[in-house]
Ligand binder design. Sequence first.
Ligand code: PYR
Length: 356
Amino acid sequence: MRIGIPSETKTLEGRVALVPAAAGDLVNRGHEVWLQQGAGLKSGFRDEQYAALGVNIAPDAAALYEKGELIVKVKEPIEGDLALLRKDHLLFCYLHLAAEPALTRRLLDIGLTGIAFETVELANGDLPLLAPMSIIAGKIATQVGTTLLHQPNGGKGKLLGGLPSTERGKVVVFGAGMAGGASAALAAAGGSNVVVFEMRTDRMDEMMRLGHNVTALYPYDDVVTREVATADLVIGAVLVTGARAPNVLTRDMLKGMEDGSVVVDISIDQGGCFETSRPTNWKDPTYVEEGVTHFCVTNMPGAVPQTSSQAICAAILPWVNRLASGSAWRDNEALQKGINVEAGKLIHPALQGMNV
Ligand code: PYR
């Protein structure tokens, strides 16, 4: 099969979907692999490294999309990409369609088959292609939140971990999945008092094991309101696979927080889990509502491409191999769950009834 790896187009997105060794592996399996010139540079990979392994280099996006049958990229396509996509393309990337009716409409109109990394789901409910980026986003949320609390960055001027004679900072995390768990672990290791809201008792149990500075609670409204009011940093990481994220933090709850506090919404790709969230990008990542700094970047792992390209590539390569090996992939239940759109129809159950 002809496999195309385009450059990413979102603002300051540095990742590439396949590193040279993975692209070379596909070449060795008999596939014709094309890379858009320079697509790997921000991840630390030069065109020559790909070419040395038998990968063809396309001079621009138009040539790349023209050559490719299976298009493997990281982020959902945006305007420039959409103009180059065709009905016969098999598109494999993050899509996050629940929060993007306009993009969904475009993909339906093109008529292609779109398999979303984030809904490829194993029988036990695991999301193997979302997990590595969730962990990275979770860590970034704590790191970014920590620095946004610095006064020169508009924060209240608090060092989260504290030290003798000062209070520890407080971090509230919504969701103890891959992303929220990673945020909580990093915040706890840094010495903060951490409260994690979660409904699953096994995940609560795991959070409690992070340390005596971590408390796991069920998200009753009055408990959330109370805990958020004294938080320095709130991180949102709730997920319903393929669907719009539920709203767990209302504007009224936010109003209870001190000025200069920070909220980071990792769920923003799926529409955001705070009432006051709206998507931002790495160039202009924050805004202030009710005195609280909001960070809602839709491609958090894109800021650390030297790490995240390797992680995403390792996760997707076995699935790229399946997709490239003929129609047998259609018998794979995990990949079936990945199909979001096909031939002008919404396929994933979480998208049914979406107004596009
Ligand atoms: C990202 O890593 O940007 C996702 O969309 C999960």
